[in-house]
Design a protein around this ligand. Structure first.
Ligand code: GLY
Length: 359
């Protein structure tokens, strides 16, 4: 990131800021105009593990060969969705409360503002590809459940069991614990489940999460595309839909500005239209890193007013049309990371924990 920024000349549009030593006030207070050649093509993902790297390799192959951003994003997302060890996305994702894997995904093209999404899709390993087809081959945006599966079948997607042994064992363990963290309950119970921190402390070995992945890319033409794909909240109520397939919540892409994607507690992300918010902030000239942090602050400010024990879990990634990127999470012992691939090579970029999760 540092390298990319130093390659570019920043010119403020503020009166009198063009000469002599330039004192940089808060980035957010400036309208910035960048000169010089933008870093593109470029592809990023919120996944920072080895699969994230493989995904970037796959997406980069497409971009390097002159392919478009949407195809690169799909290729990369498919790698993550196919990983059986990853319990947050696609094949191997943790199931709902009945032990059934239900996947959500969205796709958006920043040039045309077209979007497609699927929710509660069962038996199809690559929901991002189905979402892309909803975008490209229908006049609709969101297909759910049986309708989404029927659409996938028509397009020749193969049905398979997505519940791996690893995921089944984690789910079974959760059932046996009679989890105090489930999603049914009286207002008192629901108040308490927001105290997720204590749950993680008491049951550290049960995986229970909102894991998701975002893939965002800019191609050589400057066109931007993005995808968000997930198995959603583990052990969720049957039919629960998170933020990932909701355009503006889990994903938003605009060629004129950039793109943003969300992971974390979908309910908070939906209620705050977080990805759209981040893109709007970037449109004001705010850097992607800062825009992610401001979205987290917006969510914290809202929910802390109502519940001082609110335990947030969101992580946002964003990229602007100049190829600058950033990520921020609300909580975590370590800074959040993301994977990046461009002509500068592969790197794992470290963002920041914007807020500790404590009031
Ligand atoms: N962010 C994923 C979910 O809440 O389902």
């Amino acid at each position: 990131m540092k390298n990319q920024l130093s390659r570019r000349k920043f010119v403020t549009s503020a009166m009198g800021a063009g000469t002599g030593a330039l004192i940089f006030p808060q980035l957010s207070s400036l309208t910035l105009q960048r000169e010089g050649s933008p870093v593109r093509p470029i592809i990023i993902t919120s996944h920072s593990n080895e699969t994230g790297k493989l995904a970037m390799d796959a997406g980069w192959e497409v971009l390097k060969a002159g392919g478009n951003a949407a195809d690169a994003v799909e290729k990369a997302a498919n790698v993550i969705e196919a990983d059986p060890e990853d319990t947050s996305v696609g094949y191997g994702g943790l199931p709902n409360e009945h032990g059934v894997v239900q996947l959500d995904a969205s796709f958006m093209d920043g040039k045309t503002y077209s979007a497609g999404a699927v929710a509660c899709l069962e038996n199809i390993k690559t929901p991002s590809s189905v979402a892309k087809l909803v975008m490209q081959r229908t006049d609709h945006v969101l297909l759910v459940g049986a309708g989404a599966l029927e659409f996938a079948r028509v397009w020749g997607f193969r049905e398979e069991n997505l519940l791996t042994e690893k995921a089944r064992k984690i789910w079974l363990r959760w059932k046996e614990e009679l989890s105090p963290d489930d999603d049914w309950g009286s207002p008192e119970h629901l108040q308490n489940i927001r105290k997720k921190e204590s749950y993680y402390r008491d049951f550290p070995d049960i995986e229970h999460h909102y894991g998701t992945t975002n893939v965002l890319a800019i191609d050589a033409n400057g066109d931007i595309a993005g995808c968000t794909t997930t198995s959603g909240l583990s052990f969720k109520l049957n039919g629960r839909v998170g933020d990932s397939p909701i355009i503006g919540a889990g994903l938003y892409v605009d060629n004129e500005v950039g793109a943003a994607g969300a992971t974390g507690r979908g309910e908070d992300v939906i209620k705050s239209c977080a990805s759209y918010y981040i893109v709007l902030r970037m449109k004001e000239g705010i850097a992607p890193q800062k825009a992610c942090e401001e979205a987290l602050r917006m969510i914290i400010d809202r929910y802390r007013k109502i519940n001082s024990d609110f335990y947030p879990s969101e992580k946002f990634v964003a990229i602007n049309r100049f190829g600058e990127y950033g990520c921020a999470s609300m909580t975590g012992k370590r800074n959040p990371q993301m994977s990046v691939m461009s002509s500068n090579g592969f790197l794992r970029h470290e963002g920041i924990v914007a807020y500790s999760g404590r009031p």
